[in-house]
Write a protein that binds this ligand. Structure first.
Ligand SMILES: Cc1cc2nc3c(=O)[nH]c(=O)nc-3n(C[C@H](O)[C@H](O)[C@H](O)COP(=O)(O)OP(=O)(O)OC[C@H]3O[C@@H](n4cnc5c(N)ncnc54)[C@H](O)[C@@H]3O)c2cc1C
Length: 423
């Protein structure tokens, strides 16, 4: 068989395997879309992955077996990153069908899950048993392992990013061995591994802290004058908030779109997981055809940084669908953008015009450079590898940790080679 024939044969087997998984799994449509489209793409469709050699594992043993046999691979979560962090030109491994809750422990207040599960699957399970997570991102559709691997965050000045809830990991390393790391026992190695960008191995299980479930209300205010931003005062759901008017109907963050896809607003109480995200499970989050970038600045520089971006208003606005500002607590996870600093994020949902966005990002990055802005690992940025090393101080230690578990670079891809492993 030629190489091409081999690849086709593997792809046919992969498709059959995926098809079997589809029948067995209740969440079938994305798998079908992945397998049946000509080229495998990320969620936003702006990135075509470098291989269609997609393998879906159903058990720890299958993961171990597959990892042992491959010399190069990358694990893919739910494909929601906008850059090539999850890409591979060799092999892609999906844990999508490994999506069960393994154990909920009310004593230790933790839940252990298989790494393919999404927040959308886990949250109702927790709520009906009286538990909640500390926070969620804008969408519940993403895999927990993929979200933690890139330090995905929600908002709330006392809430760490989603990875801060992780208290233990089970990882299949490059030699196919199973390594268990926990916050309690492994200290620094654990803190290095949680936001791991997929570089240490295949996360097969993850344990998260939980807390008693709670109800929430969500209010939306419109047209906050920029001049009011510098004031600070405890929040009360009054009809006016620093000059912004409380909305009188549910709104989509992108004003032109229907709020049907959004979580309930206007102060109607509901479970945490139906209020913390902007978007509802079962509906398309955001716009779909879009690009995103986001920068974390230390909270003490928040006002100056926001005003710096506002100075670019005329350049940026024509290409922007929506911008968001969120707050995240400091943490101690090595590659977290909030490592040892509470942050505010400045987020851009762009129209899907890559040439324009590519030109704008360095302009924004230059404006935010005085604040040591750290880019979101899963979104688009042009920050140079040298600059990344100067603002993510733990990169050298992370490189050492990765080499311990993956000495030959089996899990490395172009993104990791460029941004983390280039000297
Ligand atoms: C509409 C939309 C809204 C978003 N909103 C937010 C938001 O509110 N806040 C925010 O911070 N981000 C947000 N993001 C970004 C998104 O949350 C992150 O990019 C996140 O990483 C996506 O998870 P995923 O499973 O799709 O990851 P993927 O893109 O599939 O993979 C991301 C990384 O995780 C690794 N990985 C995945 N699974 C494993 C595993 N089992 N073992 C080892 N490595 C693994 C991959 O190798 C890769 O390096 C948004 C994205 C979209 C498209």
């Amino acid at each position: 068989m030629s190489n091409v024939d081999t690849a086709i044969a593997v792809n046919k087997r992969t498709f059959i395997k995926l098809f079997v998984a589809m029948i067995a799994s209740p969440v079938i449509s994305p798998l079908f879309a992945w397998a049946s489209s000509n080229k495998l793409k990320n969620w936003a469709g702006n990135l075509e992955y470098g291989t269609d050699r997609l393998y879906s594992a159903n058990s720890l043993e299958q993961v171990r077996d597959y990892v042992k046999k491959q010399s190069k691979l990358k694990v893919l979560g739910t494909r929601h990153c906008f850059n090539n962090i999850a890409d591979s030109t060799h092999n892609i491994l999906s844990l999508k069908s490994m999506d069960e809750v393994v154990a909920l422990d009310p004593e230790t207040r933790t839940v252990t899950v298989n790494a393919g599960i999404t927040y959308g699957q886990l949250c109702p399970y927790l709520h009906t048993r009286g538990f909640a997570l500390h926070n969620l991102a804008s969408l519940p559709h993403i895999s927990i392992a993929g979200a933690c691997s890139t330090a995905t965050h929600g908002s709330g000045e006392k809430n760490g990013n989603l990875a801060t809830a992780a208290s233990a990991l089970e990882i299949v390393t490059a030699d196919g061995e199973v390594v268990k790391l926990s916050r309690q026992i492994d200290g620094e190695a654990f803190r290095g591994a949680v936001v791991g960008l997929g570089a240490l191995g295949v996360i097969t299980k993850i344990t998260l802290d939980v807390q008693p479930t709670f109800m929430m209300r969500q209010y939306v205010y419109e047209n906050l004058p920029l001049s009011e931003m510098k004031e600070g005062q405890a929040f009360e759901a009054t009809s006016e908030f620093f000059g912004a008017k409380r909305a009188i109907r549910n709104l989509h963050p992108i004003a032109e779109l229907s709020a049907e896809n959004c979580t309930e607003q206007m102060g109607v109480p509901g479970p945490w997981y139906e209020r913390l995200p902007h978007f509802r499970m079962g509906f398309t989050p955001s716009a779909g055809k879009e690009l995103q970038s986001e920068y974390f600045v230390p909270r003490r520089h928040a006002v100056e940084a926001i005003l710096a971006v506002e100075r670019l208003h005329d350049q940026v606005s024509p290409h922007l669908m929506i911008s968001e500002i969120r707050a995240i607590a400091a943490d101690n996870l090595w590659l977290s953008p909030c490592y040892e600093q509470p942050c505010v994020t400045i987020h851009f949902t762009w129209k899907q015009d890559w040439p324009a966005v590519r030109k704008l990002m360095p302009v924004i990055e230059k404006e935010l450079a005085p604040f040591n802005a750290r880019p979101h690992w899963g979104k688009l940025f042009t920050t140079s590898p040298a600059e990344l090393k100067s603002i993510y101080k733990k990169i050298p230690e992370f490189v050492q940790l990765s080499k311990k578990y993956d000495p030959q670079g089996k899990f490395r891809n172009e993104f990791l080679n460029t941004n983390i492993f280039s000297s």
